[in-house]
Design a protein around this ligand. Structure first.
Ligand code: HEM
Ligand SMILES: *[C@@H]1O[C@H](CO)[C@@H](O)[C@H](O)[C@H]1NC(C)=O
Length: 368
């Protein structure tokens, strides 16, 4: 007692500031402008600024959505049996191979857009690092999305990903769960958070012929839980390429629903996890952030990477309210699937039903 009191007194009398300073003191970068705790991260500041201002144009729009999708399509290219480098940038370097994979439909547009930035900064960072940095930055453009850590130091990719590792929208839940399981996503919650959460800030350019920028939920520029509601409404599903084409979502006008999201919300393996995120912003953002971080490290040894999280700006807080039902709908329109708990009770938006506007395209001229 006496001893510990004496220790506390000693601790209090020590210059606490300098102890903290060891961990948090920022030094001036060679550019004379930015400061960093780890000077090895200084070279990233101009890259961050270029991505934010010129690629993402400071918004949670089409480019941010594309950058997030690219994180997944690069990272998931690894398997214990088939090999592959995971989050290694192979989708950029070996684009001629990986863009032939059917699941990478639409990735050509994203690469066309991000490619010049990636190549411009290739002396500063590898393609794998660039894709993950752009993904982390895309999240801090979307209100409600978490700020995730960023690690630097991925080696140059060695080869293209093996084929058939990216899930497709007409895959069964069993196969989606199995594919994610192979890369270490072991609970339905972490799978559903990363798929549903990302599709909260997303839309489709290549699913419905002739229509671009069709949102997956009512709020594609806000990272919220509305996707978990909108997909649980009774309504049409849409498989996309190779499946039944021609209709868009009927419950939420202007949106489109992937069959994979529809089934994740309903299959007994995943439906309670899906429902658990509806109107649960904090849990969703947390589980999603953990999941994207996990994706960003696939095929990488975190101990060999440098933590440059300090270059990622602060997240934009969520200021929206609770999730809601579209005008005119009631809880009876929710297709209850989880057998052990009821869907959270939601209010209906006032007013007449309106169509959700399409997401403006970053590259209006080259969609095919
Ligand atoms: C079962 C797993 C998944 C399937 C089947 C799937 C499928 C799709 C499809 C078909 C599209 C529309 C592409 C287009 O037509 O342009 C899409 C868009 C998107 N996906 Fe996924 N996805 C899955 C998981 C994920 C994950 C884990 C992430 C990120 C962590 C992600 C992020 C996105 C984003 C951000 C978009 C919108 C892209 C844009 O608007 O340009 N997806 N997804
Ligand atoms: C796409 O592949 C071509 C040919 O391999 C390559 O020259 C180009 O740099 C690649 N694009 C990106 C963004 O890496």
């Amino acid at each position: 007692m006496v001893f510990s009191a004496a220790l506390s007194a000693l601790a209090l009398s020590l210059p606490l500031l300098s102890v903290n300073a060891l961990r948090t003191r920022r030094a001036l970068c060679p550019d004379g402008v930015n400061t960093a705790i780890n000077l090895a991260c200084c070279s990233l500041f101009p890259v961050v600024q270029d991505i934010q201002e010129n690629f993402l144009t400071n918004e949670c729009g089409d480019s941010a959505h594309g950058a997030l999708r690219l994180v997944f399509h690069d990272a998931i290219g690894i398997s214990p049996t088939a090999g592959g480098g995971g989050a290694d940038g192979s989708i950029a370097t070996f684009n001629e191979t990986e863009l032939t994979f059917p699941a990478n439909l639409g990735i050509d547009d994203i690469l066309d857009e991000i490619g010049p930035f990636l190549l411009k900064h290739s002396n500063t960072m590898s393609p794998g690092d660039f894709i993950q940095l752009a993904g982390a930055l895309s999240l801090v453009q979307c209100p409600g999305a978490p700020r995730i850590p960023f690690f630097m130091g991925r080696a140059q990719p060695k080869a293209a990903s093996p084929p058939n590792l990216v899930p497709q929208p007409f895959d069964s839940v069993a196969s989606i769960v199995q594919r994610f399981g192979e890369v270490g996503f072991t609970t339905p919650e972490e799978i559903v958070a990363v798929v549903g959460g990302s599709h909260s800030v997303a839309g489709a350019d290549d699913v419905v012929p002739g229509l671009q920028g069709l949102p997956f939920d009512q709020t594609p520029s806000v990272f919220d839980t509305q996707i978990f509601v909108d997909v649980q409404l009774r309504g049409t599903i849409f498989t996309g390429q190779g499946g039944n084409q021609g209709e868009t979502e009927t419950s939420v006008l202007g949106t489109v629903r992937l069959q994979s999201d529809h089934l994740l919300a309903r299959d007994s393996q995943t439906n309670c996890a899906w429902q658990s995120f509806a109107n649960n912003q904090a849990a969703m953002a947390e589980a999603f952030g953990q999941g994207v971080l996990k994706l960003s490290l696939l095929g990488q040894n975190q101990d060999e990477l440098t933590d440059c999280s300090e270059v990622i700006p602060a997240a934009i807080p969520f200021t929206g309210g609770p999730a809601t039902l579209p005008p005119g709908l009631t809880m009876n329109d929710i297709e209850q699937a989880c057998a052990t708990a009821a869907f959270p009770s939601l209010a209906t938006q006032p007013g007449p039903a309106t169509s959700v506007p399409a997401i403006p395209q970053a590259d209006d001229d080259d969609d095919s």
